[in-house]
Design a protein around this ligand. Sequence first.
Ligand SMILES: *Cc1c(COP(=O)(O)O)cnc(C)c1O
Length: 716
Amino acid sequence: MSESEISQLVSLLPKRIAQLGELAYNLWWTWHAEAPKLFQRINPVLWETVYHNPVKLLRQVPRHYLTAAYQDFRFLETYDHVMDDYARYMTPAFNGSVPWFTRTYGTWDNPVAYFSFEFGLHESLPMYAGGLGVLAADHLKSSSDLGLPMIGIGFLYLQGYFRQRITEDGWQEADYDQLDFSQLPITHVLGEDGSPLMIPIELQSRTIWVQVWKAQVGRVPLYLMDTDITRNTPQDRQLTYRLYSPDPDTRIAQEIVLGIGGVRALRALKINPKVWHMNEGHPAFGTLERARELVKDHGMTFAEAQQAVKRTTVFTTHTPVPAGNDQFQVWQVERLLTGYWNELGISRDEFMALAEHDGNYGMTVLALRMAEKANAVSELHGQVARKMWSWMYPGREVPISHITNGVHSRSWVSSRIRRLFDTYLGIGWASRIDDPITWAPIHEMPDDQLWQAHKHNKRRLAEFMRDRARAKWITHRQHPVQTIASGVLIDPNVLTLGFARRFATYKRAALLLRDTERLLRIINNPGRPVQIVFAGKAHPNDEPGKLLIQQLYRMIKNADSAGRLVFIDDYDLNVGRYLVRGVDVWLNTPRRPHEASGTSGMKAVLNGAINFSVLDGWWCEGYNGRNGWAIGSDTVTTDYEMQDRADAESLYQTLENEIVPLYYDVDYDNIPHKWVDKMKESISTIVPRFNTRRMLRQYISEAYVPLANGIVESVE
Ligand SMILES: *Cc1c(COP(=O)(O)O)cnc(C)c1O
């Protein structure tokens, strides 16, 4: 497989630093401590303009900047060091540093295939909407770190999700950019004849063609499918334009392309996965495609094929919210997949019965019927999911376990905090992150060092907000009050809360606004003020979600809030990184038990923020009474009004009586030592558990290895 995009870029660069061209095409650089600074140093202004996309940077930067870089000995020193690390990482066999997976389980000749609708790897590759995609990306990054042979498969969206703009009246508007694929860190996958690989998905109703691209995630290749090719009808070309199309016809065709097309793409690439992992139900049609192969090529009955597929399939369910579990009208499935059941050797009714739920065709139902291992993403979510799907298993235990989500620490930790960890926990702490002993020395870290590192990150967040506000102000297209709403009055010395997430109603972003008088008293308390930074998108078709943003934005614009409430628009991975690093407290107010796990709080804790959340998702198992604060109790009621009232009261009380006094209890050295103690308690009890190294090792020992070795008990 030739990768002409890479060699072409390498050939454009001065020889001494030509390997930057290769580095630009491997997302490994995004989680290395110094590699991002290397690109940034070439031209810091352009680096921001190209939104941290090194392929764009290197293609666009005037030659003399590259010349200056290779004549600067400090640049070369960093360059050599990064390239050394890169070579060691990519070819561990040659330098004796065998990765953990290989040491433990030996060499696997075939990989685990990980299917996902979205992957949130980096802001320069906008193929994600939110948490599901970020988790999928962190899953690939950690697999790469551990040396687990894995390949990812998903979509290359021409327009990504959408970019958010907020009008003066607080209304969310969606902008769609057309991406230029030649400027992204991806390469064309070529067929044997050297032209781009094209894969037909032949359905009786029509044939959809896909071409395949590759993004490299450390050692893990991620294959991205794209239907925007001239061979397709205009309608099919649009299938990969946008993520989460609200149009059910588009959506079902997308899921057929992801599932069935994904399997065919891997076959064309001669990849023969040992284990197949479905991230959410979207790729579940792929299990039928694998059954079809077995029926057609191996003469199995459907029942035999189903068992064979199941034995190598893992399914992760991610949401207890019904709307998050995709389902289609039976006639829609029939229209697109008509006749497919003949190839499986079953009748139409048997085919539909595989996924039928309340008269609809449910992707989660199909996935559960076709996977031997199914898991939820937190302990509480496991309980909820088992209850939710118990109707499928009358009189039997529901075979859904849980593997709690985590975050990829190297992608989320700030440089300042990383350096402190290097010093006090020892270099390589990230490879021992899931061992509690690694974290014991944190209590020896001097308070002022942790506090100064944290204060530095708070100042960075304030600068970031000011720069963005200024960039919008100068366009003459913004009302002055929007400049204030974007955070220019923020003071890095003031207690700062962060709230960033999807504006879905169950996340209850407006809980804080239930008693506005009380909220204003809290934020404007003389001598002890409080700031709150909000960010997040509503799905473009979610009117209640957009109304929530508007309600919040009106409060933010109100002069009574004194510029201490802020909304950062267009929440993405870049905004997310600044936020989780630069706030003191991470706030989360979902309606229990609707949040399956959540991960942003874990990113914040890694950087020293303290979690303040409803006991839902991961926090229910992470909270120990000392490492943060809980909102409300751990009960569930169906009386939403009562629950909201009780939770809001609890939120205000804890803020007034515990959080604010603790933050402002500073000693003569100007450091709130009791607060810093809590930061340490939070880091040392939460980080070792809520990371993707622990998570991946659990997937490996509980799912991938047992399935690969065929030592699972059948649940049917
Ligand atoms: C981590 C992250 C999420 C997921 O966070 P939740 O805790 O599930 O809300 C969503 N979007 C971005 C950009 C993130 O970085």
